[in-house]
Design a protein around this ligand. Structure first.
Ligand code: BTN
Length: 328
């Protein structure tokens, strides 16, 4: 991202008006050039900058920009020990793609990266992940396991649980999980995880785990999201500012610890807690598997992370993939 744009974003982050003249002076450009940059922030970066005659430009809410020192300071001793390297990027196509490339160039496990903006954020099933500038959390983590990829099937559930648990601690009380790892609030998506695994059949495996959390989605950007969504600002009530760096640190901490524990104990010890968060447990669901659909009652998950579906004849089957939706 061009330095001028970063300077403007930093100057407007307090949510107060700043005149075009002051921005022009700060950046060493003309007022017309400031206006062009503001348009770029709106159109390309999805930042809802407001303009008022005589007052200048402002954001409708203050932004807490990512701050490496603050994130590191809030990690637990265990989290700090597990984290090998932390990177903060202003702009990237996708943090998952970034760490996948880093891995190909020899990066070791334990690396994490946050970004303020993703131009090509990736969601599950090839969907885009709408990633406007500076309001949300886009995090990826690189991890290595001695196990083969097939043994990591419960990992995405463990990761989802770590996220849901952290968000509840931040006051999002009715947050729940939809198998395998969608984080929902009243049926609307609040956060999503994308796990990309490579490896040898017998191990080792390399994992890139990506987490996106909606903290503050501007209305314009929200129109591009193709499923019901919610942001943490709405969940918590708009009056309370979200301590973004603190939340980044706690999510990173929980995920680092969850990834490390998984190698030792798998999903088993967390099954009960997962069920407690499971929003569709005991309810009639449809599981979409490519072009095929199976209907049944959701009877929970097994220790490998598979979904247990009971059909009309009362028989229970395990499913390792597919997309769940509620019936009726
Ligand atoms: C989903 O579809 O539910 C998964 C969304 C995962 C989005 C995150 S944002 C950080 C990381 N980088 C990406 O490109 N995707 C993941």
């Amino acid at each position: 991202m061009a330095e001028t744009l970063v300077t403007i974003v930093r100057r407007l982050a307090d949510g107060e008006y700043c005149s075009g003249e002051a921005l022009a002076e700060l950046c060493g450009i003309s007022r017309a050039a400031v206006w062009k940059q503001i348009e770029r922030l709106r159109q390309h970066y999805g930042l809802p900058v407001e303009a008022s005659q005589g007052k200048g430009y402002r954001l409708p809410y203050p932004l807490e920009l990512l701050d490496e020192d603050r994130i590191l300071a809030e990690l637990s001793p265990q989290g700090r020990f597990l984290l090998q390297h932390l990177e903060l990027l202003f702009e990237v196509d996708s943090t998952n793609r970034y760490l996948t490339d880093a891995r190909a160039q020899g990066a070791q496990g334990g690396q994490a990266c946050f970004a303020e903006f993703q131009s090509a954020g990736r969601g599950r099933r090839g969907r885009p992940w709408v990633s406007p500038l500076a309001g949300n959390i886009y995090l990826s983590l690189l991890w290595e396991y001695p196990l083969g990829p097939a043994r990591l099937s419960g990992l995405s559930l463990v990761a989802g649980l770590a996220v849901a648990r952290t968000l509840r601690r931040f006051g999002a009380r009715r947050v729940g999980l939809k198998w395998p790892n969608d984080v929902l609030w009243q049926g609307r998506k609040l956060a999503g995880l994308l796990l990309e695994v490579q490896g040898e059949q017998e191990g080792p495996s390399q994992l890139v785990l990506g987490l996106g959390v909606n903290l503050c989605i501007p209305a314009e950007a929200g129109r591009d999201i193709d499923q019901p969504w919610v942001d943490l600002r709405e969940v918590l009530g708009e009056a309370e500012p979200i301590p973004r760096n603190l939340l980044c640190a706690k999510l990173l901490d929980e995920l680092l610890i969850a990834l490390a524990h998984f190698e030792v104990e798998g999903l088993g010890p967390q099954l009960e807690e997962w069920q407690h968060y499971d929003v569709y447990f005991g309810r009639p669901i449809t599981l979409r598997l490519g072009d095929r659909e199976v209907a049944g009652v959701h009877r929970g998950i097994d220790p490998s992370g598979a979904l247990i579906l009971q059909d009309q004849a009362g028989e229970q089957r395990l499913y390792h993939g597919g997309e769940v939706s509620l019936r009726g």
